[in-house]
Design a protein around this ligand. Structure first.
Ligand code: HEM
Length: 583
């Protein structure tokens, strides 16, 4: 027997099964020695060996699972213990406060508002036995928390990933998004200060044409118009001015809106619902959208390369950065080509292309949703507050008579228009919550409160932005002047504006108030704030110069309630009329 053992050991020494074979041989060997008196058939020996191995495996698994469960249990106790120091209503059951959130006619914000009233600026609520939610309402604490908590909930990434694929932006982990954030921010800032960026003008012309076509038929639905305006702004931003003339733009918009409408619903499934037929239809729409995005990107790039080639042959490229073709289309040199690709550093790599596409689609999605909500909000406010609209108009026409050297700078001389946009965003933020979490570490706030790692942190933006203690007794009223202060150099009169071309008001930086959060704050704040405010203001200035916006008296200024990221949101939706000023 010993010879057989050494022989087989030598033969199997290099094989990947050597360990188990050795085990088997050791077993046979010991059996042979210990029970030389009993006769064992080889199959019996093998069966005994298999039983022993299985038992060992089962024991090991049991130990591993028990250890894992014990670790989880300790973590849970740790979470409960550390959460004890945070004030909040006592948990009514093992399942926490979930029932509160499913109360009829009460939104998430209502529940948080009640809890803050009773328990102070930091409140904890249990969303289940393992899910802790901490809401922060005090502006100073919010600022501290938003700087310290750099991660977002894994849920955020999922919503987008299912529809638009891989992207390095909007990932829950700050480490993963940091580099991309910086790149995008630089690109946007460069654009912002570029003197020859024609996007606002082109978009405004495009929108004016559209409005001219439909306004004669009657009133216009603000939600649809704003959606279209936002999509046009985003399309021109990411694909270039050529996008506006693209025959595929209309199809792209329709497909995009269809997917955007359902994205949150499908992402709300914990398990991808592959058993549902309509899920597959949704997935095929997403694939179509991805192909169309790549197609449009390709088309823009080809167009620019072609024009760049012509440029080299006809003119000196360095002296002719931008030209107009005979039929009015604009083309750019390679330098300017960069403007149309926010993710140029990855453009020639296959994965990079995928990622660039994912990033563009996600930014389009985010930008369209937020920008359309903001535009619709501002249009409604202007239609309702005609006296403010008149003052904004006189500001625009005065600046128009005395334009800046660079057109994009004109909006900075329209403080009332900018203040109107900020005030609209304050009263109706595009999302009711900001959310964060610290995935790895506990979060120690200056007040001594420690928020355990993994807890969901939320800021009820709507409550904070309408809080009397931060905004005064008229916190719920529409008052753009709260963002303005009187310019001491001017007399403050209306004539001052028309004579000097400068408003007697100065816009205060809205972000100086820690309770102003429509674009978030801290490490994960929106990087598109400055860029989009300038674009929206420029486009609105062009529209208001041509048209007076009136509320259609027959329309009932209905509020449109939508479910977004599991939160109910209210957006005003009304029918407005565009009346030409020269009529
Ligand atoms: C009216 C328009 C917009 C609004 C109201 C808005 C609002 C927001 C908000 C509230 C956040 C989350 C901030 C936080 O949690 O602290 C955010 C994130 C972000 N926004 Fe915007 N946004 C707008 C437009 C844009 C545009 C035009 C871009 C880019 C072109 C953009 C890029 C981003 C990015 C990349 C993030 C994610 C930051 C991160 O997770 O690290 N946003 N935005």
């Amino acid at each position: 027997m010993n010879e057989v053992v050494s022989c087989v050991v030598a033969a199997t020494a290099n094989s990947s099964f050597s360990t188990s074979v050795l085990g088997l041989l050791h077993f046979l060997h010991s059996r042979g020695r210990s029970s030389s008196s009993c006769v064992h058939t080889p199959s019996q020996l093998l069966r005994d060996f298999a039983t022993q191995e299985l038992n060992a495996f089962l024991w090991l698994s049991l130990v591993a699972v028990t250890t894992l469960l014990l670790i989880k249990l300790f973590q849970l106790f740790g979470l409960w213990l550390r959460a004890k120091t945070i004030p909040g209503p006592p948990s009514p059951s093992f399942f926490g406060h979930c029932k509160l959130f499913s109360r009829k006619n009460s939104t998430f914000t209502d529940v948080l508002s009640e809890s803050h009233l009773l328990y102070g600026p930091i409140v904890k609520l249990w969303l289940g036995p393992t899910q802790l939610l901490v809401s922060v309402r005090d502006p100073a604490l919010i600022q501290e928390m938003l700087i310290k908590a750099e991660d977002k909930l894994p849920f955020t990434g999922k919503v987008f990933q299912l529809a638009f694929g891989q992207s390095s932006l909007f990932s829950p982990s700050f480490e993963k998004v940091q580099k991309r954030r910086e790149l995008l921010e630089n690109e946007l800032n460069e654009r912002l200060f570029k003197n020859d960026d024609l996007i606002p003008m082109k978009v405004a012309d495009f929108i004016t044409d559209k409005i001219e076509n439909i306004r004669t038929k009657g009133s216009i639905d603000t939600r649809l118009l704003s959606q279209h305006m936002a999509f046009t702004i985003m399309g021109a931003t990411f694909f270039g001015n050529g996008f506006l003339a693209s025959p595929k733009a209309a199809m792209y918009e329709e497909l995009f809106m269809m997917i955007a409408k359902d994205a949150c619903y499908w992402a709300s499934y914990n398990l991808t619902p592959i058993w549902r037929r309509d899920f597959w239809s949704y997935q095929s729409l997403c694939t179509k959208l991805k192909c169309l995005t790549q197609d449009i990107l390709q088309h823009c790039r080809k167009g620019h390369k072609l024009f760049g080639y012509t440029d080299q042959h006809v003119h000196n490229a360095s002296s002719n950065k931008e030209m107009k073709l005979e039929h009015g289309a604009q083309y750019c040199t390679d330098d300017e080509l960069q403007d149309y690709y926010f993710f140029l550093d990855v453009k020639d790599h296959q994965d990079g292309k995928e990622e660039a596409c994912g990033n563009i689609m996600r930014l389009m999605f985010h930008g369209c949703q937020t920008t359309s909500a903001l535009i619709s909000n501002v249009l409604n406010r202007l239609a309702v507050h005609r006296e403010i609209q008149d003052k904004v108009y006189s500001e625009i026409s005065t600046v128009g008579r005395n334009p800046s050297k660079y057109e994009h700078e004109d909006v900075y001389r329209m403080p009332l228009l900018l203040a109107t946009i900020y005030e609209s965003a304050r009263l109706l933020p595009t999302g009711p919550m900001l959310q964060r979490c610290s995935l790895k570490h506990d979060l120690c706030l200056a007040t001594g409160v420690t928020i355990p790692a993994g807890a969901v942190l939320v800021v009820p933006v709507e409550l904070v932005q309408k809080d009397d203690s931060s905004w005064g007794s008229d916190a719920s009223d529409f008052n753009p002047y709260r963002f303005l202060s009187n310019d001491t150099k001017g007399s403050g009169s209306a004539e001052d504006l028309s004579v000097t071309g400068f408003s007697s008001f100065v816009l205060n930086d809205p972000n100086e108030n820690a309770a102003f959060l429509p674009f978030g704050s801290g490490a994960r704040a929106c990087i598109g704030q400055k860029f989009i405010i300038q674009l929206v203001a420029s486009v609105l200035a062009s529209l208001l110069k041509e048209y007076e916006i009136r509320l259609n008296s027959e329309s009932d200024n209905e509020s449109n309630t939508t479910l977004k990221n599991n939160f109910l949101e209210h957006h005003p939706n009304s029918q407005i009329l565009f009346v030409r000023r020269d009529q």
